[in-house]
Design a protein. Structure first.
Length: 142
């Protein structure tokens, strides 16, 4: 039986965007869900750098198969959304972090391996239509 809106065709599930697996049981966003310790790498200009913080990643209520929410983004109390796409068995590509309404943009990936779950991404702040800080971050799931 197909889950998450999948359709059975020739005894095989055809999954909607955001889901995979024999029965469409796996949301692309699932590996990313959890609490993370975040460490910022390079940030330009450097005075915008925040060395570390904690963020919580949750499945978005809308488009939960391929959309996540990241709380306390960049240690700023800002909550942003990210759109994910399946990128093989061990990683999920983050196609877009944030929206123009949130003033944040970027991209990255979720990697799950024997040592843990990691999210790495590059992001920027867009201050009133002008490119502001450009930074990268590594998030390690607790």
């Amino acid at each position: 039986m197909c889950q998450n809106g999948g359709a059975c065709t020739d005894n095989k599930c055809v999954c909607p965007e955001g889901y995979s697996g024999n029965a469409c049981q796996n949301a692309w966003s699932t590996p990313a869900i959890g609490t993370y310790t975040c460490t910022q790498g390079t940030c330009t200009p450097s005075e915008k750098s925040i060395p570390s913080w904690q963020s919580v990643v949750t499945k978005a209520s809308e488009n939960g198969g391929y959309t996540i929410n990241i709380s306390n983004f960049a240690g700023s109390n800002l909550n942003v959304t990210a759109t994910v796409d399946s990128n093989g068995a061990d990683s999920v590509q983050i196609l877009q972090v944030g929206t123009s309404a949130e003033g944040v943009g970027g991209y990255g990936k979720v990697t799950v391996n024997s040592t843990g779950t990691y999210i790495t991404f590059y992001y920027y702040y867009d201050a009133n239509g002008a490119l502001g800080s450009k930074c990268n971050v590594t998030m390690v799931k607790l």
